[in-house]
Design a protein around this ligand. Structure first.
Ligand SMILES: Nc1ncnc2c1ncn2[C@@H]1O[C@H](COP(=O)(O)OP(=O)(O)OP(=O)(O)O)[C@@H](O)[C@H]1O
Ligand SMILES: [Mg+2]
Length: 267
């Protein structure tokens, strides 16, 4: 048997056209098991478009998406979720009146295929009594993300940084095998970002979840990611380790005038 890890999620030669605009031009990317993969690129590079293709919200003009080798190109977001693909949103999508803890419980019950939770919610009925496993796992996620003090508060009115942590904790409660994150650090201050990165790294290491981080925060991606892909105008201009990407002339040129030269230039 080969020891080469099979990519869990892979996109091959993805092209997306919006009318005359080529938003992605034959882009390939893979997310191996247990890896943190970063996707960088200046505004309009095609990051969100690729994210939408991977999560099933957008059908590519050409190319294929596979999960564990199985063709997922036409699979709905729901079908992908059932196979262990989760995502977070650039703007957290939470239920204003539910508490922090209830969001994490929701994620946990979604994993167990409890579809009734949605009708319970719509009907305003209270939550089923939790099992002890559920309580332990929910407690663990709440503690990991430092949400203990606010766990019984409704998410309405929480600062963006906390909402983002709730969203990530809820996504992880579904026990995804691959988690796609769109701008997870936006809204976090620098201290929160550091804590957040450490927590993510721990979760990846302990649970073997694979992460794809789409980020504007270049230093964060270069610090966190095992492998980095860089898009510019719909074309992949670089792929490699953080160190390789940092030294790449095309990447530096693409980021000229943005954060790249100031934050990752040699000292
Ligand atoms: N639904 C759409 N219809 C037409 N053009 C679109 C659509 N979505 C994206 N585009 C265009 O495709 C290109 C890539 O956009 P995309 O949002 O993927 O970039 P991005 O890398 O996510 O940028 P940002 O960093 O600003 O979020 C841009 O030129 C954008 O204007
Ligand atoms: Mg975007």
């Amino acid at each position: 048997m080969t020891q080469e890890p099979q990519p869990r999620l892979e996109a091959h030669d993805i092209t997306v056209r919006f009318g005359g605009l080529v938003a992605l031009d034959s882009v390939s990317i893979d997310v191996p098991a247990g890896a943190i993969v970063g996707l960088l690129g200046p505004n309009g590079a095609g990051k969100s478009t690729l994210f939408a293709v991977l999560s099933g919200l957008l059908r590519p003009t050409a190319g294929t998406v596979r999960m564990d080798g199985e063709d997922f190109t036409s699979a709905t977001p729901q079908a992908r979720a059932r196979r262990g693909l989760a995502r977070t949103f650039q703007h957290p999508e939470l239920f204003a009146s539910l508490t922090v803890r209830e969001h994490v419980v929701l994620g946990h019950r979604m994993r167990n295929g409890r579809r009734r939770i949605w009708t319970d919610l719509v009907n305003g009925r209270s939550f089923r009594r939790p099992s002890s496993t559920e309580t332990d796992q929910v407690d663990d996620l709440i503690a990991r993300f430092g949400l203990g003090a606010i766990q019984h508060q409704p998410v309405l009115g929480l600062p963006l940084g906390s909402s983002r942590l709730v969203e990530v904790a809820r996504a992880l409660a579904t026990e995804p095998r691959v988690l796609l994150m769109d701008e997870p650090s936006s809204g976090l201050d620098s201290r929160e970002t550091l804590d957040f990165c450490e927590t993510l790294r721990t979760v990846v290491d302990e649970h073997g979840v694979s992460l794809l981080l789409v980020e504007h925060d270049v230093p964060l991606v270069l610090r966190m990611a095992d492998r980095v892909h860089v898009l510019d105008f719909g074309v992949k201009i670089a792929e490699g380790t953080a160190a390789e990407v940092r030294e790449n002339a095309l990447v530096r040129a693409a980021y000229l005038g943005e954060e790249m030269p100031a934050t990752v230039g040699e000292k």
